[in-house]
Design a protein around this ligand. Structure first.
Ligand code: NAD
Ligand code: AHE
Ligand code: ZN
Ligand code: ZN
Length: 369
């Protein structure tokens, strides 16, 4: 079938809106009509050419919501008409990772996913007879996309897809990082570096956890109002100080925070986030994605003296089993989504969503098809 899609033909170039061909779903796959998709910084990261796994031409997008149109052979848990959120972290329930009880990083389809292919090693997308690659197993920048059954969370059909699409990445990642990865407890102090969709969701999670003090850190002060609205108690601009930001935070928190979160993808900030943690117990969670060749550094003494460095993908959330419940929470108003949606645009204007993000003017732009 034909599908309107925003295709990344080459790194560093704007997406092109073209009509691609989408082949029917094969065994274990479903064809989804995407109704809405958010644009996450990770899409911009891959488009920039900095992603070691970036493959072109590809249909990017991984923060979508849609409706099942057709299913391939052997699909038992989904049927046409079901409402779904595509998952870039699958949940097969059978692999060593799923069975470990220690991680959400299902590996059942991860190898082919990272090569832009479906689990059988082929692609369902083509344009003018040439293959177009998938992205993160989701490719939500196409009106029609094909996704493995194990990479689809079936959600309440009454949930507004134009909002709950944000649970496909940003909001879930931030909230999950607080509850699943850091396990922030009531009264704890928290520092959040970077106040985009991810950082603001971390603040929301920290407020849910009844953290005592929530420090919001960004060089763009336009982000502070929403951070305060989400629950930040202190807003800090590193450019206001002539010493490293970790020293500032250690001073104002009497020795450092209990938890910090890096939500930017900057390895120097990752170091600051670790070093602003309290001696003996402070934990820093890396959420930001850094480009090819980037490495983190600190003095090992920082870890010897009790600070902990962790990372998290999709907030440690197991998508098929946990995301439907988070959708219900959003429907009950227990997870806020509206405040993240600063812009809404049709697919044809998707490049403006990237511009708004780079200019620091948006939190999330939701694209409609
Ligand atoms: P965003 O661009 O909306 O927000 C980033 C924020 O960081 C902006 O407000 C910007 O002003 C701020 N910032 C940039 N440089 C800074 C600096 N030196 N000091 C302080 N603030 C600075 O991005 P986003 O969509 O919120 O994503 C944030 C990061 O999280 C990206 O790296 C993205 O790839 C990553 N991410 C990771 C996961 C995961 O599962 N680990 C999931 C989603 C996104
Ligand atoms: N492909 C990159 C890494 C990108 C990355 O870290 N992705 C996160 C999700 S970001 C969502 O916005 C993730 O889930 N990682 C775990 C995984 O299995 O991909 C690289 O460096 O190669
Ligand atoms: Zn994302
Ligand atoms: Zn698995």
């Amino acid at each position: 079938m034909k599908s309107r899609a925003a295709v990344a033909f080459a790194p560093g170039k704007p997406l092109e809106i073209v009509e691609i061909d989408v082949a029917p779903p094969r065994a274990g796959e479903a064809l989804i009509r995407i109704t809405h998709t958010g644009v996450c910084h990770t899409d911009a990261f891959t488009l920039s050419g900095d992603d070691p796994e970036g493959i072109f031409p590809a249909v990017l997008g991984h923060e979508g919501g849609g409706i099942v149109v057709d299913v391939g052979e052997g699909v038992t848990t989904l049927k046409p008409g079901d409402h779904v959120i595509p998952l870039y972290t699958a949940e097969c329930g059978k692999c060593k990772f799923c069975l470990s009880g220690k991680t959400n990083l299902c590996q059942a389809v991860r190898a082919t996913q990272g090569k832009g292919l479906m689990p059988d090693g082929s692609t369902r997308f083509s344009y003018e007879g040439k293959p177009i690659y998938h992205y993160m197993g989701t490719s939500t920048f196409s009106e029609y996309t094909v996704v493995p059954e194990i990479s689809l969370a079936k959600i309440d059909p009454d949930a507004p897809l134009e909002k709950v699409c944000l649970l496909g990445c940003g909001v879930t990642t931030g909230i999950g990082a607080v509850h699943n990865t850091a396990k922030v407890e009531a009264g704890a102090s928290v520092a959040v570096f970077g106040l985009g969709g991810i950082g603001l969701a971390v603040i929301q999670g920290a407020a849910q956890a009844k953290a005592g003090r929530i420090l919001a850190i960004d060089t763009n002060t336009a982000k502070f109002a929403l951070a305060r609205d989400m629950g930040a108690t202190d807003c800090v601009n590193p450019n206001d100080y002539d010493k490293p930001i970790q020293e500032v935070i250690v001073e104002i928190t009497d020795g450092g925070v209990d938890y910090s979160f890096e939500c930017i993808g900057n390895v120097d900030v990752m170091r600051a986030a670790l070093e602003c943690c309290h001696k003996g117990w402070g934990e820093s969670i890396i959420i930001g994605v850094a480009g090819a060749g980037k490495e983190i550094r600190t003095r090992p003494f920082q870890l010897v003296t009790g600070r902990v460095w962790r990372g998290t993908a999709f907030g440690g959330v197991k998508g098929r089993s946990q995301l439907p419940g988070m959708v219900k929470q959003a429907m009950r108003g227990e997870i806020r989504l509206d405040s993240f949606i600063t812009h809404k645009l049709p697919l044809e204007r998707i490049n403006e969503a990237f511009d708004l993000m780079h200019q620091g003017k948006s939190i999330r732009t939701v694209i409609h098809f």
